[in-house]
Design a protein around this ligand. Structure first.
Ligand code: ATP
Length: 294
């Protein structure tokens, strides 16, 4: 067994997010393209008698609903281990930002504790356990670029043709994913399947980033904008910069794809001068991985 393990757990954005009407089990079928970013939370796990969690860098109250603690408990139940751990998560991924921060943390805890407690679960066993915690957890484990179907947990990796340079406009006031889906159902009550993502998948495997122009799409943007007119205004201001602008997941983060790192740096500087909170990121990045173990 190890004394302590450190894991990097990256955020994701959806380059395409097509949504269908809810299934009998209440979940919305999706056709999505996930892309992980080199923007990550750092997860430290250390041996301890009991399980505990501390979040650094955000004001989220820790309780038993926290996905990181639920992941640790799920791993204990699945393996029957009676080990504890002190978990510390240093947050960089915006909370409730549409970038799968909670799912990334669950993935990171699964990977970290599997190593710390020497459990020997395979990545697919961790993904199966993770999918019960949240639909985005399997992708957070895998990383890179992938097509997601069903609830987003059925994954097929895509070989990326190029790197993407992103400017992310983040907002301190997060959004509730269930509220955005509820508004989606109100706006589109008729039964329907999620639209195809074939065109963007082909473009992502092409040789030029310019091929993505006009193809980034998010069916949750309109319902999110209904709930948050301020995000619509920010989106409209950002639209036209870079190659394409897209709302990330259920918002409120707005992602602008740029032709180069240099273009992204200049754009980020301009938006900061306009008073916006801006992050830079590159995708696709590797998935959840151990950076230190001893
Ligand atoms: P998604 O893109 O998967 O919809 P998100 O990025 O919009 O997720 P999260 O950052 O995962 O949102 O947070 C959504 C809610 O999940 C938060 O409001 C918070 O109450 C809860 N949550 C539980 N565990 C965590 C965690 N470890 N980090 C952040 N949020 C968490």
């Amino acid at each position: 067994m190890k004394n302590s393990v450190t894991v990097h757990a990256p955020a994701k954005i959806n380059l395409a997010l097509r949504v269908g009407s809810p299934r009998p089990d209440g979940f919305h079928p999706l056709n999505t393209v996930f892309c992980s970013l080199d923007l990550y939370d750092v997860i430290d796990v250390e041996q301890a008698d009991e399980l505990s969690l501390e979040l650094v860098g955000c004001d989220l109250e820790v309780d038993e609903h926290n996905l990181a603690l639920r992941a640790a408990r799920a791993l204990q139940t699945r393996t029957g281990t009676n080990h504890g751990a002190r978990i510390t998560i240093t947050k960089t991924i915006p909370v409730a930002g549409g970038m799968a921060g909670g799912s990334a943390n669950a993935a990171g805890v699964l990977v970290g504790l599997n190593e710390l407690w020497d459990l020997g679960l395979t990545t697919s066993e961790l993904a199966e356990l993770g999918s019960e915690l949240g639909s985005d957890v399997p992708f957070c484990l895998m990383g890179g670029l992938a097509i997601g179907t069903s609830r987003g947990e059925n994954l097929v990796p895509i070989r990326p043709g190029f790197f993407q340079s992103w400017v992310l406009i983040v907002n301190d006031e997060g959004m509730s994913t269930p509220a955005v889906f509820k508004k989606y159902d109100e706006l589109r009550p008729e039964p329907h399947e999620p639209a195809s993502i074939e065109e963007i998948v082909a473009a992502l495997q092409g040789s030029s980033i310019d091929g993505l122009a006009g193809l980034l799409v998010n069916d949750l943007a309109e319902p999110a904008f209904h709930l948050r007119p301020d995000i619509r205004r920010t989106f409209e201001r950002a639209h036209g910069s870079g190659i394409a602008t897209v709302l990330s997941g259920s918002g409120p983060t707005i992602a602008i794809l740029c032709t180069s790192d240099q273009e992204a740096d200049v754009l980020a500087e301009g938006l900061r001068n306009d008073g916006m909170r801006v992050l830079r990121a590159v995708g696709p990045a590797v998935g959840t991985h151990i950076v230190r173990s001893n």
